[in-house]
Design a protein around this ligand. Sequence first.
Ligand code: N2P
Length: 345
Amino acid sequence: MKRSVIAAFAAATVAAAICGCGQSKPKLHLYNWSDYIDPEIVKEFEQQFNCKVVTDTFDLNESMFAKLKAGATGYDIVFPSSYMVELMRDQGFIQEIDVSRIPNLANIDHDYDSVIADPTFHYSVPYMMSNAGIAYNEELCKDFEPTWRVFGDKRYARSCTLLNDMRETLGAALKTLGYSLNTTNEAEVAQAADLVIEWSKNIAKFDNELYKNGIANGHFVLVHGYNGDLGQVIEENDNIVYALPKEGVSIACDEMVILSGAKELDLAYAFINFVHDPEIAARNMEYTCYLCPNRPAYEFLPEEVRKDESIFIPAEIREKSETIRDLGDFNAIYVKAWDRVKASQ
Ligand code: N2P
């Protein structure tokens, strides 16, 4: 049987199992980052599996987890970054994955095993790789240098933004100082907080959402943000350029996990398998401008995406980059440092 025939047969079987005659369509509930999936792909999934996909969005790992911890229920699949997968697993929020139900796991690109939470997929399946860098408007920043220190440059006072994200922004400062963004040295974290406080006096705001429109419409001239979100902006505005700071960046994998209380397990497995179909994964990459670590999908990508260094990061930057990890009890030191940043505003 050809792959598409097998997929259609599997879809029909799952759809028949989950939707008897006369019943309303089952609903798969996703809790995902914003602008992180091609809506056409969601529609196709709904049609093939005769269901409705309901999506809520978040813009910060910590606020997503705080909402779940506060008792939010009803989600089937959530998309945390790898370090948050570790915390969610340890605190019993996610269920073990039955890998036999996701045949497309065979497509995962194991070149990224050091970034993802678990290359054996016991609790999570990689969705997209992202990195956080700097986008700037080349009309307004003529001699831009790719360094995090640009956030202290007085020429850009009140017209730049930093992510409102403890680990990303303290991480950028740690890289600038030559430290690991996963350091467990309290003095290094304190120095990074001092540097962020210095930058904070120069920036317009800490922000995770509005920076996209802000740089697109010229309100901000440079912003700290995620490569794909900024890639989406670049498609609309030729003056925007994405740069990877020379000190190194954070590389994340955002993963799919099934919550312990998930109600639509059949659909959840079908969805995870669906987004790892190589053709679907390639279309999703083209739309979101992020990298789905799915090796056969790369062949379906147009050349300009395959050559895009904001998606496929060059080796010399990758070597200097790191993945944010859960630091256990030491997380509290980062929280304390970030509180100090916020209190200084
Ligand atoms: C999507 C942002 C995803 C990147 N808007 C966070 N790792």
